[in-house]
Design a protein around this ligand. Structure first.
Ligand code: ADE
Length: 357
């Protein structure tokens, strides 16, 4: 695109984070509305990576990529990517509008089916989204969902694999799978855990683990206990069974997006395939930590754990300065975490916290 002559006008801000802002925009020739995600050019490597993912994806269930340019605004160079505009806002916006306790189950089933269709496509081409949550699920004018924000996306090696060479973890702590919190891997299965967490968010209007006191404690609970996020009392039996298939601590035991599309909670046909076993035995890490509700949750001895990254550091990093968890369904306090050891911008500070846009 010609960087000197933008043919569009920036409109209302839809969301703003530390490094990127999403605004509405209007095409000067056609009057068409779209969304533009912008970042200062000097800090735009994340956005350029996101653009690359978008340009390789073509699905009615993922926000479409329309192009990019570089503009000069108020003396600053901005890198902009153009995206399809979803006029229904995000699922989180809808929850905020409708208040607790969450959305109608018929809507939740439909939205979850849309999320799974998007993931089934992305996973089939070896891309994990890595930040599935209500804020990143947009609703189009037809009422159907579209996945947005590929800023944490990553390529996986083979289905179910994890591209270890990228040495990356990402996502939003409340939606992170146990293996991600522990820094072991972040493959396609971590997206499925996040789908389960998003269903809890939609049903309750609150974030998963919102009853927990403090982010550090929660991260320990996710990574190093055999607990699961609380299943909502109000969900149907089918919904409860669906959650059980997503929220298995052992990633290998979770259903895939393709299998979940056959689950009666979301399927259009009501056919169910159960090719998996019940909960796996506790992992070695799980055995080191008590599941006792009375334990002092903040005193956790992790000395005997060996991972590529010290788990205590990891939990501190994921805690993002130990900000607390709000109980009102507002995830302002939750921050997507991105960490890439191979990102040269971060050679001295390889853990980056970015607020969501
Ligand atoms: N918020 C973030 N991205 C958006 C999009 N593409 N459409 C509408 N709202 C958004």
């Amino acid at each position: 695109m010609d960087s000197s002559a933008p043919k569009w006008t920036r409109g209302t801000i839809l969301g703003a984070g530390t490094t990127a802002t999403v605004s509405m925009a209007t095409d000067s020739d056609t009057g068409r509305t779209f969304a533009v995600k912008s970042s200062p050019l000097s800090e735009s490597s994340w956005l350029q990576k996101e653009r690359e993912f978008h340009s390789n994806i073509s699905s009615p269930h993922v926000i479409s990529y329309l192009g990019y340019d570089v503009t000069s605004e108020n003396g600053r160079s901005l890198y902009n990517i153009f995206l399809e505009y979803a006029d229904g806002g995000s699922i989180s916006d809808k929850i905020q509008r409708e208040g607790t306790p969450g959305l109608d189950e018929s809507d939740i089933r439909c939205y979850t089916r849309g999320i799974l269709k998007a993931l089934s496509y992305m996973h089939s081409i070896g891309i994990a989204h890595c930040d599935i949550k209500g804020k990143n699920i947009l609703i189009g004018s037809d009422g159907l969902t579209k996945i947005a924000d590929l800023g944490c996306a990553k390529r996986v090696v083979g289905v179910g694999g994890d591209d270890k060479s990228s040495s990356s973890i990402g996502g939003t702590p409340a939606f992170m799978a146990p293996e991600v919190v522990r820094g072991e891997s972040q493959g396609l299965e971590a997206d499925i855990w996040a789908v389960g967490c998003s269903v809890i968010e939609m049903v309750t209007g609150k974030l998963p683990w919102s009853e927990m006191d403090g982010l550090f404690t929660t991260m320990n609970r996710i990574g190093f206990s055999d607990n699961l996020p609380k299943f909502p009392n109000s969900i149907s039996e089918e919904g409860r069974d669906f959650l059980e298939k997503c929220l298995r601590r052992n990633p290998e035991k979770r259903w895939t997006s393709k299998e979940l599309l056959q689950h009666p909670f979301v399927s259009e046909t009501g056919v169910v395939i159960d090719s998996h076993y019940r909960r796996s035995p506790k992992s070695v890490l799980d055995l080191w930590f008590s599941d006792d509700e009375d334990e002092d949750e903040d005193v956790v001895d992790m000395n005997c754990i060996t991972t590529t990254c010290d788990p205590v550091d990891r939990i501190h990093i994921l805690s993002g300065g130990c900000r607390g968890i709000s109980n009102d369904g507002d995830d302002e306090e939750w921050i997507p975490v991105r960490s890439r050891k191979d990102d040269d911008r971060q050679s001295s500070d390889n853990h980056r916290l970015i607020t969501t846009v």
